[in-house]
Write a protein that binds this ligand. Sequence first.
Ligand SMILES: Nc1ncnc2c1ncn2[C@@H]1O[C@H](COP(=O)(O)OP(=O)(O)O)[C@@H](O)[C@H]1O
Ligand SMILES: [Mg+2]
Length: 259
Amino acid sequence: MIKEEKNIEAKPKEKNKTPIIEIKDLHKTFGKDNTILKGVNLTVNKGEDLVILGRSGSGKSVTIKCIVGLIEPDQGEINVFGENILNISKKELNEIRVKIGFLFQSGALYDSMSVRENLAFTLRAHKRDLSEEEVEKEVIEALESVGLGDAIDKMPAELSGGMRKRIGLARTLILKPEIILYDEPTTGLDTITSREISELILDIKHKQKTSSIIITHDMACAKMTADRIMVLKDGVIHAEGTYEELEKDEDEWVRSFFE
Ligand SMILES: Nc1ncnc2c1ncn2[C@@H]1O[C@H](COP(=O)(O)OP(=O)(O)O)[C@@H](O)[C@H]1O
Ligand SMILES: [Mg+2]
């Protein structure tokens, strides 16, 4: 039944642009006058990876924290799956948040728990009625999807920076999110490990059909993962385009990211 309905709605590929996240006129000031966002507008379509570039402190993290309700904006609209999350109940917001994975910069694993326990803990916190066997199966599947099936019995202290990132990603994936927000996924990693993480982001998009926002200043990561890039400057989206378009943008400031 559901499949048939989907078929009816299917549109030609180039026209198939369903907005998954739509941010309209987003404003945020901290304290009395530390104005960070001055009317951000952006859209992420289904199946798309959007990269956000911007100088340090320009409000990139603030923007994506607004999407999951970690920061409350002063003004604007944030539509996720067609619902304005600023106008819904806590219960409705929680239902939407479960579908959004957030990969924090730090990875934030629990150091006293093994990899298995870290993942199982997250899964149980959201799906209380799973059996031991189901939890174990999901944990293994999530670890395999980041290429770390072998690390299941390791403690976080035994993992390299790249492995911690992957485990953090596995923990995000175990909840089967439809949207993943990546905050600086390759920061602090060496070039080769960064590349592996960027490949993984791409792989996840294709295999799990997720839509994502990726904040990065790793231009190799941006080049590999971005369907579109937006550049945040002075509280608004200053430029938008593909990697190839922005690389030769007429604005020197925009081009400077690509040098
Ligand atoms: N929770 C907060 N409380 C007060 N000010 C904040 C908070 N989060 C961010 N800011 C302010 O917003 C600015 C932009 O932050 P952020 O979005 O983290 O920058 P970036 O673009 O580097 O991710 C910070 O420099 C800080 O002045
Ligand atoms: Mg940040």
